[in-house]
Design a protein around this ligand. Structure first.
Ligand code: F6R
Length: 594
């Protein structure tokens, strides 16, 4: 059950395998346990798979034949260990069918048993291999295209698949709940199919968005689209996108993570730059709603938690936050007057999408604060608020987080009738971040990174809107440094966790110059009295700090400025500890499994 990246080439160029490998390298952030390609030759289907990261692969070292049709996959393993046999593409006994898959095939065991009875044998532990065999089974009595259609009808769960058949110069792809985007090449009859746009940006900016329950068949240099629910052919529009390739590349930066942290000089400004209509629409929806839920996962979830505080403080409105995976527990309270505000960088997170499904079944209106505007979430939401952060490639979210925080702040102000005050506040914050992000600042943080790089545990405390930021800080530190880090509400430590503090335990105190300041300082003082080493992230120095990281004094937007030094610290710890900050172990960028 992989989440993974998919890339496909169909066209006149006879270097399809190489084009696919290059494309997969740009999708590696989606999964990097193993990779593989399948391509058509005169003899049939060739399949090549490897474990490890595709980014390290040198095409010239591979002995690949010429072909003008190839599919490929970079995997994030869930079901079935990381090994060659579980790597994609999966194929049937005689290599009749080869297939790549991103998603969850929930009823695969049942179908596997049925196929085993029919004589199929399986080589891997994956659900994906079962789809290949299912298509082959249908192909006994149907043509290739109909066999894929019939197989998809039997798959319960989410999928994006691309299929090749040994006997035909045809590519078939279909999706339900997992992303697939078609790139239309510059020469007639050339197509790319990928999980994300940056993978084919080098080749084309013309895209077709495949919707859920749609299938594309590319045959005889022509693409045809089919709606599997309506059981009819559909016309699709080609859209010209304005992304540039450079924004999806590392440039002179050693890693995407530090590039994206640095980009926060500009991204905040872009996030604020919303059309008045968008802000008005969402503010009105909040005003009208009887119950507003922020929903997100991981970092985006923490942004939703900050949302609760921002709305309480700025808009004087009660809202609720729930993780995507927990949302269905509240379904008894949902009515057509409820509003859900889903927050997501990728717009493809399965838990959040599932929450939206639950909500929409109850007639709930859904607004999405998303970065990827072509994503499933953006396409199914009633109101879309794009954060315009540009491609975020590092697995650890940084620039998308602060942009989401900025958008939520703006909306909270709009709900209080003060959108311009909010804008001014955020413009000021963006300016201060611009001044803050400089090599001297990074060097100062490096001093503390060097000091704590070998600690076993560290803690982060915050109060008010900086409490969820303490939780987010812990995620950042955990995922790239692999140091045990935990965030707490400042006032909660004395109720238990303070027992964890011993001599020199690093504790980061996130301080804002507001009504929480006095108390967070006294919480930090309690920790210091027990031997803790206090790293103060604060606008002003305080004598209890053993190390001070200065942040601008920005009032209500303190969550935005307070998370940035922690992003830098997490990045530096990862580098010092020789971890790959862009591709941390066990993780993937787009979590399309539940
Ligand atoms: C952590 C991180 C994840 C994501 C989460 C949701 O740095 O990036 O916790 O925030 O997987 O992803 P999106 O925002 O794409 O829905």
């Amino acid at each position: 059950m992989p989440m993974c990246g998919i890339f496909t080439y169909y066209g006149q160029k006879n270097t399809a395998p190489n084009i696919v490998i290059e494309g997969l390298k740009k999708l590696e952030y989606r999964g990097y346990d193993s990779w593989g390609i399948a391509y058509k030759t005169d003899e049939g289907l060739e399949i090549y798979k490897e474990t490890g990261k595709i980014g390290d692969v040198k095409i010239k070292d591979l002995d690949l034949e010429h072909s003008n049709i190839a599919i490929g996959h970079s995997r994030w393993a869930t079901h079935g260990g990381v090994n060659k046999k579980n790597a994609h593409p999966h194929f049937t006994e005689n290599k009749e069918i080869a297939l790549v898959h991103n998603g969850i095939f929930e009823n695969y065991l049942e179908i596997k048993k049925y196929l085993q009875k029919k004589g199929h044998t399986f080589k891997s532990d994956t659900d994906t291999e079962v789809i290949a065999h299912l298509i082959e089974e249908h192909a006994k009595t149907h043509n290739f295209e109909d066999s894929v259609k019939l197989a998809t009808k039997e798959i319960e769960g989410r999928y994006a698949i691309v299929v090749l058949s040994k006997d035909e110069d045809t590519v078939i792809a279909a999706r339900k709940g997992s992303p697939l985007i078609i790139g239309v090449g510059e020469t007639k009859g050339e197509y790319f199919i990928a999980s994300d746009i940056p993978a084919f940006l080098k080749h084309t900016k013309k895209v077709i968005y495949l919707d859920d329950n749609q299938m594309i068949t590319i045959k005889d240099k022509t693409a045809k689209f089919f709606d599997m629910e309506k059981v009819e052919e559909v016309e699709k529009r080609i859209i010209e996108i304005d992304w540039d390739e450079e924004s999806a590349e590392k440039g002179d930066f050693p890693h995407f993570m530090i590039k994206e942290i640095t980009e926060q000089k500009d991204t905040l400004q872009r996030a604020i730059n919303q059309t008045p209509e968008t802000i008005e629409k969402i503010a009105k929806a909040i005003e009208k709603a009887k119950g507003t839920y922020f929903v997100g996962c991981g970092t985006a979830g923490k942004v939703g938690m900050v949302g609760e505080y921002l709305f309480a403080k700025i808009a004087k409105k009660h809202t609720n936050f729930t993780f995507g995976s927990e949302f269905s527990n509240y379904k008894n309270f949902l009515t057509k007057d409820t509003l859900m505000i889903a927050i997501s960088q990728s717009g493809e997170t399965a838990d959040t999408l599932e929450a939206i499904e639950v909500a929409q079944e109850k007639g709930v209106k859904v607004a999405a604060i998303v970065n990827v505007e072509s994503s499933t979430m953006a396409r199914i939401a009633d109101i879309v608020i794009p954060i315009k952060a540009g491609p975020e490639k590092a697995v650890a979210s940084t620039k998308a987080t602060t942009s989401q925080l900025a958008v939520l702040t703006l909306i909270a102000y709009a709900c209080d009738g003060g959108v311009n005050i909010g804008k001014q506040q955020l413009i000021n914050t963006a300016g201060q971040i611009n001044d803050m992000l400089n090599p001297r600042y990074e060097k100062h943080i490096m001093d503390i990174a060097k000091k704590i790089k070998n600690v076993e545990s560290m803690y982060i405390i915050g109060r008010g809107a900086n409490y969820p930021i303490a939780l987010e800080a812990a995620i950042k530190l955990q995922e790239v440094s692999y140091i045990h880090a935990e965030g707490f509400a400042g006032g909660e430590l004395k109720h238990g966790p303070i027992a964890l503090i011993s001599e020199n335990t690093p504790v980061i105190a996130l301080v804002a110059n507001d009504d929480t300041k006095r108390e967070i300082i006294s919480n930090a003082t309690e920790i210091k009295a027990r031997g803790g080493y206090i790293i103060g992230v604060a606008p002003e120095y305080n004598e209890i700090f053993d190390f001070w990281i200065k942040v601008p004094d920005v009032g209500v937007t303190s969550p935005i400025v307070n998370i940035i030094p922690i992003q830098i610290l997490a990045y530096q710890l990862a580098v010092l500890r020789k971890n790959d900050p862009d591709k941390p172990r066990n993780l993937a960028k787009s979590v399309t499994v539940k």
